[in-house]
Design a protein. Structure first.
Length: 261
């Protein structure tokens, strides 16, 4: 896995600079059937990444966000040797609006577990990565989620209010148990910035597999903690959205979990 990750840490940045940054502020967008956006950059990055992965690791299948749901489900059920999960451009709304916060997210699932995760920010040229049981890194340097903050009211929280249950959203907005709140528009980078202690808390009402697959591994390998609102492990081999409550330390996680309950 270390050899695979090392290759990916060279491949994905190069493709992203070519296929994504080469189109930033230069292309329009279309609407998908679910109302979300897709740009030429999404499709070009997915096509280029698929071609590169197939050439180097033909034994692994690939599930991409821009595939049809039926094809995605079939891949989840049938890929025995390994399955790449790719979001070629996470933060498409930001990208299409000229907001420089977006990323590429890639994970590898084997035997029902996420064993590798990589998220690349082409604007800041930051490559976050992790291997199951071996740690997490930012541009090759060890990444550790830690904080001197001991209470929720001292923390910066990343919160996506739009997808939260109504009662929870109202309570968070009214009681604001943290010092301040952000929502940057790239779920994959949310995980990475949490792992890097740029915030300390994370709450999201429903992320899809390609939104959380790589990110949750990076956070947990960096030392952070994450569960769904019901206390389950976030990763499952399913296309159904999963809720997220996460923090950089166990102490802060336990406080967040108690508040949300």
């Amino acid at each position: 896995m270390k050899n695979i990750l090392k290759q990916l840490e060279a491949i994905i940045p190069e493709l992203a600079q070519q296929e994504i940054m080469g189109r930033f502020n230069r292309v329009g967008y279309d609407l998908k059937s679910d109302g979300s956006l897709v740009t030429e950059a999404d499709l070009a990055m997915q096509q280029a990444t698929v071609a590169e992965l197939k050439t180097r690791w033909p034994e692994f299948e690939l599930l991409g966000e821009e595939m049809e749901p039926a094809q995605q489900q079939l891949l989840l059920e049938s890929s025995a040797s390994g399955l790449w999960v790719l979001d070629p451009l996470d933060g498409t709304t930001n990208f299409s609006s000229g907001v420089p916060i977006f990323s590429v997210s890639l994970a590898l699932i084997q035997r029902g577990k996420v064993v590798l995760g990589l998220i690349y920010d082409p604007v800041r040229k930051e490559c976050f990565s992790a291997l199951q049981g071996q740690g997490a890194w930012l541009n090759g340097k060890i990444l550790k989620s830690r904080s001197q903050k001991m209470e929720l009211k001292q923390c910066i929280a990343q919160v996506d209010l739009k997808r939260l249950p109504k009662e929870m959203a109202i309570r968070l907005a009214a009681e604001h148990p943290y010092a301040s709140q952000r929502n940057f528009g790239s779920g994959a980078l949310d995980w990475c910035w949490l792992a890097a202690n740029r915030s300390q808390l994370y709450v999201h009402g429903g992320q899809k597999l390609w939104d959380y697959c790589a990110g949750q591994l990076i956070l947990q390998e960096a030392g952070g903690k994450v569960k769904t609102f019901s206390g389950e492990n976030i990763f499952v081999q399913s296309l159904q959205p999963r809720s997220v409550m996460a923090a950089v330390t166990d102490t802060l996680f336990n406080q967040l979990q108690a508040f949300l309950k």
